[in-house]
Design a binder for this molecule. Structure first.
Ligand SMILES: C[S@@+](CC[C@H](N)C(=O)[O-])C[C@H]1O[C@@H](n2cnc3c(N)ncnc32)[C@H](O)[C@@H]1O
Length: 497
């Protein structure tokens, strides 16, 4: 038996992850790259927000008005503390999807659900489809992040085995974390006994070993709910059709770059697939895809070449990694690809963004005019560099100024919280309208920076007092000095501190 609401666990809280894919600001570049009109996003909704870290970071860091629900009241309570700390009005509910659907809600420009679709019943999926049908505006975007096939096909019987083991009556008295340990251990021993299943599916052995290191709350929510349904892309597309939405493109920029790292024969098979559903199915087979991040739109509007160019010129981007990271990572990606944009174009764009300021693609175009680099090439390079997690879309200066006090308050709260707990590893940037990763060590260093202490040695001393195990003062001092030169300037450029 699974404790909880409608087959979903509420006896163990979820992890405190931040998911940038849910940032509505990402939509614009993806849509423009696909040649479609992106919507102006003023109202948004997140379904099944977990601890609400993504929700509140996005709400605090942009003027978008958010509404959201998660059935677990402890999740909602935590999300509300973050929203209150930041002073951001967010409509946070702990309704089931069914109850939330019955509320008086505005029409949304954006609805997002990450890690939800595959973990709920057919009935709840139907509720979500109806919710999208009723509440998504024409031109509005639906984002779904879900487990997919074929990537999970081989693992599915092992998940079944673990759930059967954890749910047998003899272990009903044990807490879920203990039942998970037992189930993982049992599965590991079964695979070690060389069953034909392990011989035919060798990849599952490594996956079950990796599960030993996964957080128990993560494993509980990933595998030990009543419902777990990885789905083929075309099945999801058919399920969503009654909501009046159609597939646009991936929210993960790297999926826009078929050419990167794929062989010529793989690329030609994708080109041969003349139907969108077949094309995505082929791509998922080539990648053995386990998780898809998809954008769907209600009523796509295709842009003319001139409209697309004009819109691209207005798109602003900013570096979200230390400039020194650029050449190595991007060169490695380019080495795998034999197609546009070449290294020269990417290198020029990177050079332009290395000053840590937000630049529009139009400004980059002007700066690169002497090199004869076109706006189309710049857009390709920007998508490629963004797909490596090195740059992100940036908001307008007036918007940044408008939300800055909220992100300051939220970040002060998260930094203070790191003194007693190790859960949230993200801070809000008013520039990117979303989160940026920060380790606990970095949050502890920042606690000192906010106190006005300038010496990295002092930051390390504070971190050593908090992290009583596993971190020597020598290592912490080295880390604090590296932080002062590498990460702190970046966090300042992103107006995180
Ligand atoms: C795997 S978690 C993902 C959380 C979050 N989106 C993330 O990715 O970090 C799924 C979330 O959906 C919520 N949920 C599951 N069934 C629900 C229902 N019927 N109504 C509302 N929320 C539900 C759970 O409480 C849980 O927080």
């Amino acid at each position: 038996m699974i404790e909880g609401a409608d087959g979903y666990r509420t006896d163990i809280g979820y992890v405190y992850g931040y998911h940038g894919e849910l940032n509505p600001l990402r939509v614009r570049l993806a849509f423009l790259n696909a040649g479609l009109q992106p919507p102006e996003i003023a109202t948004a909704c997140e379904l099944g927000f977990g601890q609400g870290v993504s929700l509140v970071l996005h709400a605090a860091a942009s003027p978008v008005q958010w509404h959201a629900t998660d059935i677990n009241p402890a999740h909602a309570a935590y999300a509300r503390t973050l929203a209150m700390a930041s002073g951001t009005p967010v409509d946070i509910r702990h309704d089931s999807f069914v109850d939330f659907s019955g509320r008086d809600l505005p029409a949304f420009d954006y609805i997002g659900l990450h890690g939800v679709w595959s973990w709920i019943s057919d009935g709840n999926r139907a509720t979500i489809v109806e919710f999208v049908r009723r509440h998504l505006k024409p031109g509005g975007v639906l984002y779904t992040g879900y487990n997919t096939l074929p990537g999970w096909a081989a693992f599915s019987p092992l998940r079944h085995l673990m759930v059967e083991h954890a749910n047998r009556p003899g272990s009903a008295h044990k807490p879920i974390a203990e039942r998970i340990d037992d189930a993982v251990d049992f599965s590991d021993r079964l695979l070690a006994a060389e069953p034909a299943f392990a011989r035919d599916n060798p990849g599952t052995i490594a996956r079950i070993k990796a599960a030993r290191d996964d957080d128990r709350p993560y494993l509980a929510h990933e595998f030990f709910n009543r419902d777990w349904q990885p789905m083929h892309f075309t099945d999801v597309a058919r399920a969503l059709a009654p909501a009046g939405v159609g597939y646009v493109c991936a929210a993960d920029y790297s999926d826009h770059l078929d050419a990167m790292g794929w062989s010529a024969s793989q690329r030609s098979l994708i080109e041969e697939a003349d139907d969108a559903g077949l094309r995505e199915t082929v791509r998922d087979m080539i990648a053995n895809q386990r998780f898809r991040r998809d954008y769907w739109v209600r009523g796509a509007k295709r842009l003319s070449a001139a409209e697309r160019t004009e819109a691209l010129r207005l798109q602003r981007v900013i570096a979200v990694a230390h400039p020194l990271d650029f050449p190595f990572k991007v060169k490695a990606a380019l080495a795998l690809s034999q197609v546009e944009p070449g290294e020269a174009v990417c290198g020029s764009v990177i050079e332009r963004l290395a000053d840590g300021k937000a630049w529009s693609l139009g400004q980059i175009e002007q700066a690169l005019q002497p090199k004869g680099i076109s706006i189309g090439q710049i857009a390709q390079a920007v998508v490629l560099i963004a797909s490596n997690g090195l740059i992100e879309a940036a908001q307008e200066d007036a918007t940044i100024a408008r939300v800055r006090s909220r992100t300051d308050r939220l970040n002060a709260h998260l930094i203070a919280q790191a003194g007693t707990s190790d859960n949230v590893h993200a801070l809000a940037s008013p520039v990117t309208g979303g989160g940026i990763h920060a380790s606990r060590k970095e949050l502890l260093f920042l606690a000192e920076v906010l106190q006005g202490r300038r010496r990295p040695d002092d930051w390390a001393g504070h971190a050593a007092k908090v992290l009583t195990t596993g971190a020597s003062i020598v290592d912490l001092t080295a880390a604090a000095h590296a932080f002062a030169t590498d990460r702190l300037p970046l966090l300042r450029a992103l107006q995180v501190v």
